[in-house]
Design a protein around this ligand. Structure first.
Ligand code: AQP
Length: 337
């Protein structure tokens, strides 16, 4: 087995503003991984993925810069990590094409995200939405990344990435692409909608009250938590008391993730409390944690040229890794170089 440099890759789509789900499920973990210093780290705004569903061009450009501001404000250091926008590193799309020819239609058709997003209208969905996981595999493997921190919803795509790497290696008789490992840890792997505890909190949910946006002000955050769906029972004293209570569980999970405490400790401290009171505490905690991040995002957004400079430099650093890996891939496949 070839030896690979321990390297982390992960990305977020600029398909809307950042949500509390992206923040807790992804960005805070990215920052922790970067700061641990055990792996090289590459973080990406995946704008090519965003256009698998319609995006207004100016909104996409704004969201991409705002997402970059979110990464920086949360603690991603562009000197320590490689911070990039996907379309500025063309090898992602180039390897994506090779992987379109490795992945099988049947594999793609089984992806739950495809089924959820295409819904009943698969005929009208874009080809890009169907092929999304092959491009995602390329995003990861064009860096020979070994670990991918993600939320629970992306686990199936990482498994597909492993299948694509294994099929490529097998078909061409090489040991070229690594077996990537998903890293799905902590209580925040799946933050749910504030309006329906059985659905994921999502930046493209048409109902704004279903999510906390990182750009929401303190009043909006408090109002959204106040109106969050719960049941009439008080908080239980132990995690088993949250069984069959998805909305209640979600709020407790969010509290635990924001405070750094375990779910058991949060429940022990709030045993028997009514949700009205708990929601107020949760809102205060969320505002205390998120407002420094959103203030810094707003500051960074006042200088978009600086954001563009950071992304250009990130792309140049990224290509030192991606160009040789793509060149070698083309050689293996039989392209004249
Ligand atoms: N609700 C969530 N809880 C925990 N983690 C989440 N992630 C997203 N939502 C939650 C994690 O954030 C990273 C980036 O996700 P993405 O933007 O690439 O796509 P997504 O998972 O499809 O996120 P959204 O917000 O739901 O976007 P849209 O609405 O455009 O589809 C991933 O690591 C993801 O697990």
């Amino acid at each position: 087995m070839a030896q690979f440099t321990p390297r982390v890759f992960s990305g977020i789509q600029p398909s809307g503003g950042l949500t509390l789900g992206n923040y807790l499920g992804a960005i805070t973990k990215f920052v922790a991984t970067q700061d641990a210093g055990t792996h090289e780290t590459v973080f990406c705004m995946v704008d090519l993925h965003a256009i698998t569903v319609p995006q207004a061009p100016e909104t996409l450009r704004h969201n991409t810069r705002e997402l970059c501001a979110g990464f920086l404000a949360a603690g991603i250091d562009p000197e320590k990590s490689i911070l990039i926008n996907q379309s500025q590193v063309p090898e992602h799309a180039q390897l994506g094409w090779v992987f379109n020819c490795v992945a099988r239609m049947g594999w793609m058709g089984r992806m739950t995200q495809w089924k959820d997003k295409a819904g009943a209208n698969a005929e009208g969905a874009s080809l890009g939405l169907f092929a999304y996981p092959a491009l995602m595999a390329a995003d990861i493997l064009v860096y020979h990344a070994t670990h991918v921190p993600v939320g629970e919803d992306q686990k199936q795509h990482i498994e597909l990435t492993r299948d694509i790497a294994a099929k490529f290696n097998h078909d061409y008789g090489v040991d070229f692409f690594p077996e990537v490992e998903p890293v799905i840890e902590g209580v925040a792997t799946r933050i749910m909608s504030l309006r329906d505890g059985t659905r994921k909190m999502s930046k493209s949910d048409p109902v704004d009250a279903s999510r906390i946006n990182l750009t929401d002000d303190a009043d909006t955050i408090a109002r959204k938590f106040r109106k969050a769906k719960t049941d009439p029972d008080p908080l239980p004293g132990a995690p088993e008391g949250l069984d069959q209570r998805p909305d209640a569980r979600n709020l407790v999970n969010i509290y635990a993730a924001l405070s750094g405490a375990s779910v058991a400790d949060v429940l022990a401290a709030h045993d028997g409390q009514m949700f009205g009171h708990f929601k107020q505490e949760l809102a205060d905690l969320a505002v205390a944690k998120l407002s420094p991040v959103s203030d810094e995002m707003a500051r960074l957004m006042r200088d978009p040229a600086e954001i563009d400079r950071i992304l250009a430099r990130g792309a140049a650093r990224a290509r030192e890794i991606t160009v040789p890996i793509l060149e070698r891939t083309y050689e293996i496949v039989g392209m004249v170089r």
